[in-house]
Design a protein around this ligand. Structure first.
Ligand code: AMP
Length: 358
């Protein structure tokens, strides 16, 4: 029997970005209080939470305070130290589990775990020096994507090889920072989609329809629903997400990014153990958004219906794009969401909007 967390209880959120902000808003609507742990004061999440603990993500005092004050703790980004989450879990319920974080933090562990669940990824191999890279480039026919195993996001820490030869490996390991790398075979995909799904404490899984994602300069630009894929591909995305959730004994929302091949088959690119940018459309086009779904899951409430009432396109407002807000607000059928960030630096996610219809 799962006992739902009573309204008025406090949820801890590690990480103070826009995802934490939207989680705190969803929590408030269900009657919960929130405390954000984040080193940067007045961060986007702190503006909508009840309180902020200003501390590093691995600060023992800050984490102990969070454990004392909260009935459940979650996180909004995947680079929280696993040791911090594992230690915290001894004192307070933490969802998603540390194992999910551990897998998602290292691209090698991630692909290995996903393959072990019977789900396809790009072929890959670990690269720890130029010689291993040279062999890998050759083995993958001269084409591949080299990535740092850890701490990469939005396409950062990556290098693409096309029609390359062994010689092209010279000096690359040092140029990539002498950090452990993974070489992936280059996937000739037709499109990119992602599935947002949730698993409750009772093991029930719900999945939103996959969105089709377009990136610009390595950053998500738009997510469109429905994706231009067959029902069979949508079902494959739902099933893969469910298998991963069950395989990780997961509680909460997960984002699973896929490449769609020309025959409609899917292979997983990566997973995010948290709410995901490509799921922001659910806030405007579904009765229960990914943020509310996550709060429901971690609080032991019944999961909500993932059906959408409208087709839609979500677009990120990056840097100076935020100047478009005035025009967007004048449109009907558009939901605008700003993150409360003071400075619009290039490449910085300032907000997003979702336009219904299509
Ligand atoms: P990632 O950081 O893994 O999400 O990669 C960023 C982007 O690079 C993806 O959204 C793809 O567009 C592209 N990409 C990543 N891995 C591969 C691959 N193995 N083959 C082809 N394109 C890739």
């Amino acid at each position: 029997m799962i006992t739902p967390l009573p309204a008025g209880s406090t949820i801890g959120i590690i990480g103070g970005g826009q995802l934490g902000r939207m989680l705190a808003m969803a929590a408030a609507r269900l009657g919960y209080r929130t405390i954000v742990l984040e080193p940067q004061a007045d961060c986007p999440a702190a503006q909508t939470a009840n309180r902020q603990i200003v501390a590093a993500y691995d600060d023992a005092h800050g984490l102990a305070e969070l454990a004392r004050e909260c009935a459940v703790v979650t996180y909004e980004f995947e680079n929280v130290p696993v040791e911090a989450i594992a230690a915290l879990a001894a004192d307070v319920a933490v969802f998603p589990p540390a194992r999910a974080l551990e897998v998602a933090q290292d691209r090698l562990a991630e692909k290995t775990a996903i393959n072990a669940m019977g789900i396809a990824t790009a072929r890959f191999l670990a690269v720890d020096d130029d010689t291993m890279l040279a062999a890998g480039i050759e083995g993958f026919g001269g084409n591949g994507v080299l990535k740092t195993r850890r701490l990469g996001y939005d396409g950062k820490g990556q290098r693409v090889f096309r029609n390359a030869s062994r010689q092209d490996a010279a000096g690359v390991f040092a140029a990539m920072g002498n950090a452990p790398l993974i070489l992936e075979a280059f996937v000739e995909f037709e499109r990119e989609v992602s599935a947002i799904a949730a698993r409750g404490q009772d093991g029930r899984v719900v999945a939103y329809d996959a969105a089709e994602n377009v990136h610009r300069d390595g950053i998500l630009h738009t997510s469109t629903v429905p994706a231009q894929v067959s029902e069979a591909t949508l079902a494959q995305a739902r099933n893969a997400a469910a298998t991963i959730l069950e395989g990780l004994d997961y509680v909460g929302v997960i984002g699973v990014e896929f490449f769609v091949l020309s025959d409609g088959a899917l292979i997983v690119n990566e997973i995010a153990p948290r709410v995901h940018n490509s799921g922001h459309w659910t806030e405007a086009a579904c009765m229960v958004s990914q943020f509310e779904q996550h709060i429901r899951a971690i609080c032991g409430l019944p999961l909500g219906d993932p059906a959408r009432h409208s087709d839609c396109v979500m677009e990120n407002l990056i840097g100076e794009d935020v100047a478009r807000v005035g025009d967007l607000l004048a449109e009907s059928g558009v939901m605008v969401h700003l993150y409360g960030k003071a400075q619009a630096r290039p490449g910085r996610k300032m907000g997003h909007f979702t336009r219904l219809g299509g």
